[in-house]
Design a protein around this ligand. Sequence first.
Ligand code: SF4
Length: 378
Amino acid sequence: MPETLARDDVHELKFRDPVKARALTAAIERVLDEIGRDRVSVMHVCGSHEQSIAKFGLRSALPRRLSVIMGPGCPVCVTDMPEVDEAVALALDGKVVATYGDMLKVPGTAMSLAEAEAQGGRVEVVYSASQAIDLARGTDDEVVFFASGFETTAVATAAVVLEEDMPANFSVLSAHKYIPPVMEIVAEMPGTNVEGFLAAGHAATITGSAIFERFVERHGIPVVVAGFEPLDILAGLLKLVELIRDGSAAVANTFPRCVTAEGNLVAQERLWRVFRATGGNWRGIAHVPNGNLRLRDEFAGVDARRRFAIDLTPLWGHAPTTLLQSCICGDIMAGVAAPTDCDLFGKECLPGNPVGACMVSNEGTCKIWHQYGGHPEL
Ligand code: SF4
């Protein structure tokens, strides 16, 4: 081992071996030959998968007849406008709104949090839920943590809500989303034709791979849990096309170094002690039954929605801009369009000047595609 190569680098390179990557793509090609169709479509539901696919050029290495569609895997992108409006209203009302940096430029009905800050609203960027609680400990002002993310991030929010010495001026505005229910919606959407799902390895470390078994039974579509290194994704895709070839609606775990069937039971207990799943809109996609995570009644005291009278009427007098009305982000996350289908992509809509949420977040497909070349053969 060269002295300059640290142990972590070796671990990383092990999953980026080009010889193994070529062997996996050749194996995928052979399975597609056996399937014998012009097109096989699978979907991933994770912005981190899209990041890896684009960064390592995996789509260009895969057979063209394998369509790897990006789904609703960006929690910031699916945060609904009224949820942003609530955070904007609280910031303009003098509360300190603490949130992840990705949320700042996400458009609300009248404005984003960044625009609210420019109008005198109080917004602080934090990198974790515990940093938001530290912020509250350092002030007498009301601090509202505008919490976004899927179940993995919601566990961290649950942990701070359960802290025994939580400051009295801290509350949570939850925009957390729960991934399994939206897979049900996307699987039934006309036009997606998804034959298999690549599930996100990090979320499955919490929920376990077995959580997908009921979905597989109901929809007859296989699910493969995969990690995020290039070989993880290729191995996951190989397993997925094998299951499709065999007509086997099953759950497979190709990320066993991190994911077990039952998942992290301690984290699950915390998650469901604090949150309940309830129906709500996912921006641009649909109303998703049980797709939103909201604080349980026992935690009403830290629930910003119940603690403050949030008046949205001043914001709802504004219509979204004409440009925003042209945004097809919802279609992209539903898997029926690609960023290049949007007339604004790379023109009026850019990472520095985003029109829609998919160009804001690092997990947004439009931003990822723009960052890595902006064409479908990424
Ligand atoms: Fe929306 Fe911009 Fe993506 Fe077009 S390029 S779909 S406007 S985020």
